[in-house]
Every structure is written in structure tokens, then in C-alpha cells.
Design a protein around this ligand. Sequence first.
Ligand SMILES: Nc1ncnc2c1ncn2[C@@H]1O[C@H](COP(=O)(O)OP(=O)(O)O)[C@@H](O)[C@H]1O
Ligand SMILES: [Mg+2]
Length: 266
Amino acid sequence: MLKALANTTSVAMENVRVYSELEQRVKERTAQLERANARLEEANRELESFGHAVSHDLAAPLRSIRGFAQMALKEGETTLNERGRQYLAIVQSSARQMREVMDDLLRLSQVARAEFKKEQVDLSRLAQEIIKQLSAHSPDRIVDVQITEGMEVEADSGLLRIALENLLSNAWKYTAKRASARIEFGKMTQPDGLQVYCVRDNGAGFDMKQAGHLFQPFKRLHRQDEFPGTGIGLTTVQRIIQRHGGWVWAEAQVENGAAFYFTLPQ
Ligand SMILES: Nc1ncnc2c1ncn2[C@@H]1O[C@H](COP(=O)(O)OP(=O)(O)O)[C@@H](O)[C@H]1O
Ligand SMILES: [Mg+2]
């Protein structure tokens, strides 16, 4: 009897030890995660305020570079040789590219700082408007666009417009070399009821081995001369979806299209 009691007690004590060890490990792991999260948030905040400062402080000098290159080209129309004109054209296109990076950085910092306002948003209508703008910019392109009707959510409409602009203009850009380009925007309902939205295209796609870098600022999986860009768009999309408490992820295959999924928990 006594022996049995002693056995039970030692099993119970062993359980307590294992339990408190586990508890300790969970605590340590949580603290580690919290530290990593704080570092990540700090890095994001730095990038955002850096982006804000950079795009403001560089705007004026950049404007003058563009303006004077333009004037030099105009005034030197008869005196400049071919090489001189080429150099100035490169100055202009480099300045244009810099302007795009600055605009994108500024948008990223605005997205992170903007006040968050929830309202009823018609994602289908937003997407249709964006596609209309994209077609107006490149009227020579024929793209088969399918947008599911009536996708309404409670969200910040300004922020979601920026996110959809980025996703749809990527789909538009990366299908540019397709003879019959197709873009779809729709949604699915998961078994647990969560709505998953998806922007899918049949364009250049990418290697899933590199998908881990997709949402990092300035990371690009395509060459500038193949498909121009800044690599800040998807960082902005992620920031917007995170501000809504959702997730964004991608699936793709090289030369076989890409799909970007996101959730907006209600
Ligand atoms: N629809 C897409 N199809 C293929 N690759 C894509 C697509 N969207 C994004 N990517 C890849 O992800 C990278 C990051 O996207 P983004 O941040 O929007 O930058 P950008 O469009 O300026 O290059 C792109 O450079 C491209 O390599
Ligand atoms: Mg982009």
C-alpha cells in the first residue's frame, strides 16, 4: 500500500517536472518570438520613415536633374552630337526610374501611417476601375479579364485600392508577353468560413523556391530589362493586408502564371 502510494507520488512529481519544463520552454519560445517580432516591427518602422524622408528630400534635386536634362536636350538640338543626346536621354530615363522608386517608397510609408477607416467596400467595382485605367494606359493590349461580381467587404477602401492596384498591375505587367493574356479576380470560401481572395494570371510566373523573398522590399524575381519595376509593390500589399489582420501569399510556376491570395478577416 505504502509502496503503491510512493509510486503514484513519484509519477505525479515527474508529471509536474515535465509540465513545468514544458511551460518554461513555451515561455522562452514566446519571449524569443516577441523579441523577433519587435525587431521586425522596428525595421519596418525605420524603412517607412526612411522612405518618407528620402522621397521628400530627394524630390527637389531630382526635379532639377530632370528639368535641366530636358532643357539641355532642347537647347542643344542643333549643337549636340548623337552621343551627347544619348547621354542626356539616359539621364532622363534614370531620373524617371528614381522617381518611381521614390513614389513607391512614399506610398509604402503612407500606407503604414494612414489612419485606418473601416467601411463597406465593393472589391469587384474597385478592380473593374483599376483594369479600366490599366487598359487606358496600354490600349494596344488585349487581356481577357474575369472579375467575380459583388465581392463586398468591411475594410479601408483607400488602402484596398492601393493593394489591388499593385496586384492587378503586376498581373497586367507579367502577362505582357502572352499572346492571349488572362487575369482573374475571385474568391473562395474555406471550410471554416474564411473568404480567400485571389488574383490569378497566366503570365511569366516565377520559381516557388524564391517565393520567400517576394514580399521583401526591393526584391525582384525578374530582370529590369525583362519587366521593369521597383520591387516595393508587394511589400506595400503585405503591409495593407496585415493592417486588416489578414494574410497574403502566392503560388506560381515559371512561365505558367501566378496567383496571389489574401484574406480579410471580418
Ligand atoms: N503576377 C506576377 N507574376 C510573376 N511575377 C510576379 C508577379 N507579381 C510579382 N511578381 C514578382 O515579384 C516581384 C515583386 O513584385 P513587386 O513588389 O510588385 O515589384 P515590381 O512589380 O515593381 O517588380 C516582381 O519583381 C516579380 O518578380
Ligand atoms: Mg509591382
